[in-house]
Design a protein around this ligand. Sequence first.
Ligand SMILES: O[C@H]1[C@H](O)[C@@H](O)[C@H](O)[C@@H](O)[C@H]1O
Length: 484
Amino acid sequence: MFLLTLVASFSGFLFGYDTGYISGALVSIGTDLGKSLSYSDKELITASTALGALIGGIIAGFTTDMLGRKRIIMFANILFVVGAAVQTGAHTVWTMIVGRFIMGWGVGLASLIAPLYISELSPSRFRGRLVVLNVLAITSGQVIAYAIGAGLTHVENGWRILVALSIIPAVAQFILFFFMPETPRYLVRSGNISAAESIIRRTYRNVSEAEVARKIKLLQEFNLDTSKGRTRLSRLWYNYKALHTLPSNFRALFIACSLQAIQQFCGFNSLMYFSATIFEGVGFANSTAVSLIVAGTNFIFTCVAFTLIDHLGRRRMLLCTLWGMCAGLVLCAIAFHFIPFSLDGNAPALEGSQHTWGIIVIIAMIIYVAFYASGIGNVPWQQSELFPMAVRGVGTGLSTATNWAGNLVVSATFLTMLRNITPTGTFAFFAALCAVSEVLVYFIYPETAGLPLEEIHELLSDGFHIKEANKRQRERKRSSRSAD
Ligand SMILES: O[C@H]1[C@H](O)[C@@H](O)[C@H](O)[C@@H](O)[C@H]1O
């Protein structure tokens, strides 16, 4: 199981690396693309990946139930390689944008399928943690991209090396996936029972034949393809409608999309993609190195989430962290008020008390990112557990698309916001969104930790059942303690 997760997590690593290197690349491209980049060029180059990922996420959602998880992950690798090759050789802004767009398709496919693949293969006890392992891969990809970016800042055309390096893990995963299995849930759904049995035998250690048969029966009962229609397309349309008309499905969709929207609209990726630009704007000497703090904190606190998510639960982790993000952003907004800021690359070095406020900005960002990574940075990727099999592909497709749509809006408007409403206004705006999100999560998100996927579906059938979910989790803990 660990090995399968590890190989599947290469997708997360690539997602992280490919979205992470842009922060350093933007400040080191200089005039390598034929001119010096305007701030709208920077927004376009960054946002084209999010746009590609938005389209890729939707396509993955609609095709994964037809094609299987494995083929799509392999196809994403091809897109990663082509996108990276186009960017490495780019000499104009538009070639760079096209390369980032192609790569974005790969990121979108991978961001949906890798957690789906992992959560369908894992036993419910470890499901949360194994999905976080994929987010750990994303954040480690971002840290490594930042670190290499910082090392290559002053190397001529160093950013090309930074981009080209991403080809290595993509090729490695492509080859390794020839030896990887499909998920038992997908195989049962496509009628391939004996293959599903053999994968269960291999992934669950010391499993008895009776348990294998019980697991297959459970999968058959709950993953029955109830869709009507003769062609694949008409069945897909049936499922798409069922996602919106069946109340339990619609609730699941509402929760999944809301969490993904919160993750993006709380503004984290504006730091991820533009922190080097921001630190350059406040006059820090090696802005790429300073911005490593953002990626590093994100990675370290994803490790914290990894250890806590199945014990503390998803809901509690969100409720305990959103307010902390809000506090970090408010502090950031206040500190920026006392610092001169310029997006034109000619910021004066900070002097006297301004320097203190500069340090406070960094501390505030660390607080914000730490709370982000311990909660909302991870929890939305548990999305596939909310949907029953019949609509899991389309459901997670739409929620992943929500993630990328939010990402697109934030990355395409952040620099414009900084310019028009100042950094103080921008961070105060994100703080307000975090506060609203805390209230939304309180009312709509029941605890799903440790519940079998099938039980989650039943729970959402006539309400959000926050209290009932809490009760079931307490009972489950009590019975597992007495079993110990
Ligand atoms: O869960 C991930 C993670 O938090 C990344 O650091 C972030 O860049 C992504 O947008 C998000 O989906």
